[in-house]
Design a protein around this ligand. Structure first.
Ligand code: ACO
Ligand code: ZN
Length: 166
């Protein structure tokens, strides 16, 4: 049993358990065109449980966020080599949207990557995905680049990032 990180009405945000991976994959299949192998979910959970979180309402999962840590060039500092969190995927089931769950997941994942002393957190988002772009902007992410034909269907992505101070 994982402790609640945050409660939003009847929704609890907590770390993911191994037994949550199948329902997490089901939410991903229903909500996003980008899918991953079982092994990929397991490895993200093993590597960064601090920022692999789920949202639960009445014992059912309704959302998730999963991240990884990378080392590479900064999205903020010229020539800087930094430790970067990467939001791989976040989603909330349609019937549970606009209740603050997505925002709570991203905020708690920021807390998780900060526990690992990441300098930054970044993600890619479809340029047409204005709900998600608005969510990230609300939390302080800045659009740093437009990645041409980033997705398999040819759509561009925005690379958005946030920098942390300790
Ligand atoms: N219209 C306008 N703004 C929106 C909308 C919308 N439909 N939805 C969210 N926002 C913005 C608003 O700024 C909102 O703040 P406000 O309520 O004060 O106006 C803020 O986001 C937070 O909203 P939440 O209620 O916390 O967001 P929600 O729980 O609905 O989840 C999410 C947002 C995760 C983007 C959801 O719409 C979703 O699952 N979409 C499909 C999957 C997806 O696109 N995931 C992101 C892909 S990119 C990636 O994974 C790195
Ligand atoms: Zn990515």
């Amino acid at each position: 049993m994982q402790v609640a990180l945050r409660e939003i009405g009847n929704c609890v945000i907590r770390r993911c358990d191994l037994s949550d991976l199948i329902p997490t994959m089901e939410i991903n299949l229903k909500t996003l065109p980008e899918h991953y192998s079982d092994y990929f979910y397991e490895s993200l959970l093993a590597e960064l449980p601090e920022a692999f979180l789920v949202a639960e309402v009445e014992k059912r999962l309704v959302g998730y966020i999963m991240c990884k840590i990378e080392y590479g060039f900064s999205n903020f500092k010229k020539l800087g080599f930094v430790k970067k969190g990467h939001v791989v995927s976040v989603a909330v089931l349609p019937e549970h949207r606009r209740k603050g769950i997505g925002e709570g997941l991203v905020q708690e994942a920021i807390g998780g990557v900060k526990l690992k002393k990441s300098d930054e957190l970044y993600l890619e988002v479809r340029c047409s995905n204005s709900e998600a772009v608005k969510l990230y902007e609300k939390l302080g992410f800045i659009t740093k680049q437009r990645l041409k034909a980033y997705y398999r269907d040819g759509e561009d992505a925005y690379l958005m990032a946030i920098e942390f101070a300790y």
